[in-house]
Write a protein that binds this ligand. Structure first.
Ligand code: ADE
Length: 419
């Protein structure tokens, strides 16, 4: 079996952590049991390009239990948990191509390795595999039934491809499932981003001005948790509706040019480039922290930051690079501008990834079940999958809810009843 990981000796610790995460993933456990019974992926190859974490390990193990021949590579050069990669290889016989801190060349080599597997189903996180197949690995196209996409960023790319008529296989927009973005993007990103900032710096958040760029689901979660830790949160937006919502949620809202000189901690999750740019760095306070929680490392303009600095940055702590400006101010870039929650912390906790990855697994099953019947477009996850995930999650949490009485059902279905 071919693989490329940091160190196989890390496997025992990885296995303990994978098992620890699995206790918080009851919905995925239910899917695992279903897959063991039904073997929906018998004879199919699945290549995942995802963050190699304890939660992803539980997902790929469920796919394997469903009969899939699975391979995994990293969807980010800094997010791999090397012990997890080692355990997947040693204990589960799943080939993994991922090393924390790998350079860009190795990152792309690892994507090529999982494509050499000739996947029937791809699982993408950020759309790198989908675009690589369409651009450079057209030899793989004939094997692909379809794929799933985990992120907002990836789905924006996929929809652009579909609009251009360029998408050549069906893709399931897992991110757009309600049981995904309402929980993973909000509560997962919110908690894990602040966890990453704190683990990297050991800063106290209380009393700090925390500038959160964007007010999508991820940024909402970050703003909420930063406020919960005592931060004085400022939100920046380009969308009037989201900006209004942030105002009514009680945050100060202003343009980045006004936030830049007052912020202590800057976090971006917009999905766009140069959110923190040269003219912002010129006015930021000495000691400011710059972090990104958007998918790609483009939100902090690293080239502008380096050009304004007197020298290469100094690594003052793991995941903290200090840039000294010409006037002596020091700006601290966290996690090389990559997803701070996965670079400096462990990503979203298992309890939210439980729902996201149950959605991934069931969407992959949907692709397998509907092989040859789907069009080359972006599909939303069927509502019954969302409902099932939410119901099982509630059940696992020991929470019962009401059901409509027949009379209430009648009332909702009627247009004649009113005053
Ligand atoms: N994305 C965010 N958090 C994650 C995690 N824990 N595992 C996999 N992908 C993630």
């Amino acid at each position: 079996m071919e693989f490329d990981i940091k160190n196989p000796d890390l496997a025992p610790g990885g296995r303990l952590r994978i098992e620890w995460a699995s206790q918080e993933m009851p919905v995925l456990q239910g899917v695992y049991d279903q897959f063991v019974a039904e073997r929906p992926f018998a004879g199919l190859r699945i290549s995942g390009c995802m963050h190699v974490t304890t939660e992803t390990a539980n997902l790929v193990v469920a796919l394997q239990a469903g009969g899939a021949d699975v391979m995994l590579c990293a969807s980010n050069p800094l997010s791999t948990q090397d012990d997890v990669a080692a355990s997947l290889v040693s204990h589960y016989e799943i080939p993994v191509f991922a090393i924390k801190g790998e350079d860009n060349e190795t990152y792309h080599k690892h994507i090529q390795a999982v494509l050499d597997h000739k996947p029937n189903i791809i699982m993408d996180d950020g759309s790198d595999v989908t675009s690589t197949i369409h651009r450079d690995r057209r030899d793989v196209m004939e094997y692909v039934i379809g794929g799933t996409e985990e992120t907002t960023t990836g789905i924006i790319r996929l929809r652009a491809m579909a609009a251009d008529g360029a998408l050549e296989f069906p893709m399931m927009a897992v991110n757009d499932a309600l049981t995904k973005h309402l929980f993973d993007n909000r509560y997962g990103t919110g908690q894990s981003t602040m966890d990453g900032v704190i683990r990297a710096t050991n800063y106290l958040i209380a009393g700090k001005v925390v500038v959160v760029a964007g007010y999508g689901w991820c940024s909402r979660g970050i703003a909420m948790r930063a406020r919960g830790l005592g931060g004085n949160v400022v939100v920046t937006e380009i969308d009037p509706l989201k900006a209004l919502e942030a105002v009514m949620d009680g945050y100060r809202v202003m343009p980045m040019s006004e936030a830049a000189p007052i912020g202590d901690i800057f976090v971006s999750a917009t999905g766009n480039i140069n959110v923190f740019d040269g003219h912002h760095f010129e006015v930021m306070k000495d000691g400011a922290l710059l972090a990104n929680s958007g998918h790609f490392d483009v939100e902090v303009n690293k080239v502008a930051l380096r050009n304004l600095a007197v020298s290469d940055p100094k690594r003052v702590r793991p995941f903290v690079d200090q840039y000294t400006m010409k006037d002596g101010r020091k700006l601290n870039l966290l996690g090389e501008g990559r997803l701070i929650n996965l670079a400096a912390a462990e990503g979203h906790p298992a309890s939210v990834m439980d729902m996201s990855f149950a959605g991934q697994a069931l969407s992959a099953k949907y692709l397998a079940d509907n092989k040859g019947k789907l069009e080359n477009k972006v599909y939303t996850v069927p509502e019954e999958i969302d409902q099932r995930i939410a119901s099982i999650k509630l059940q696992a949490m020991g929470i019962n809810i009401d059901t409509l009485t027949t009379r209430q059902q009648q009332y909702l279905n009627s247009w004649q009843e009113g005053t």
